[in-house]
Ligand binder design. Structure first.
Ligand code: IMP
Ligand code: MG
Length: 182
């Protein structure tokens, strides 16, 4: 499909699924090296940020081989096609993370407000290590100090949907990434 319409907007094909999956292969390979020393007694915590990161998290789960525990939380800052700047907690972070190595799995880092809020909370929970693994980043927009340890792909400052990302909740189930056609 070259174009899709969601609500009142039209989007055009931007990144085909095969390209996304190849980028995920590379990230998973790096994670497998960096977390090879995890054990059943000391597993990594894969912290999936709902809802956008579900597909990325699932694709990672199919590829990573070290012991891990899957957790989820839900923070939100977007309404329609732009960030509100206020990060709301809809499903709180899991409470017992003290001493754990946490991998935050994000769909996209834009202003970075979400990732800053999450890493702050993880510090309060006394995790041993927290790293960010994101499918996408809008480098032109991101201006925070939190290091993005694992980035599958960089995208320009355009509104995109698909592969878990939504426009007012629609479009998450599109397997390629589409960009707003304006
Ligand atoms: P940040 O807090 O500004 O970094 O925004 C991160 C969150 O905003 C992501 O987890 C997404 O849910 C949402 N978001 C940012 N850019 C886009 C986009 O282009 N399409 C869909 N959602 C987006
Ligand atoms: Mg969203």
């Amino acid at each position: 499909m070259e174009k899709v319409t969601l609500h009142d907007k039209t989007f055009r094909l931007f990144i085909p699924n095969a390209e996304i999956e190849k980028a995920i292969d590379a990230v998973a390979e790096r994670l497998n090296k960096d977390y090879a020393d995890c054990t059943d007694q000391d597993p990594a915590i894969l912290l999936c940020t709902l809802n956008g990161a579900v597909i990325f998290a699932a694709e990672l789960l199919k590829r990573v081989t070290f012991p891990l525990v899957l957790k989820a939380c839900k923070l939100s800052s977007y309404e329609g096609t732009s960030s509100t700047g206020v990060v709301k907690t809809e499903v709180p972070l899991p409470s017992r993370l003290e001493g754990k190595r946490v991998i935050i799995v994000e769909d996209i880092v834009d202003t970075g407000n979400t990732i800053v809020a999450m890493t702050r909370k993880l510090r309060e929970l006394k995790v041993r290590d927290a790293r960010v693994c994101t499918l996408l980043v809008k480098r032109e927009v991101y201006d925070k100090d939190v290091e993005l340890d694992y980035v599958a792909m960089e995208v320009p400052n355009r509104f995109i949907v698909g592969f878990g990302l939504d426009y007012d909740e629609l479009g998450r189930n599109i397997k390629d990434i589409y960009v707003l056609d304006d």
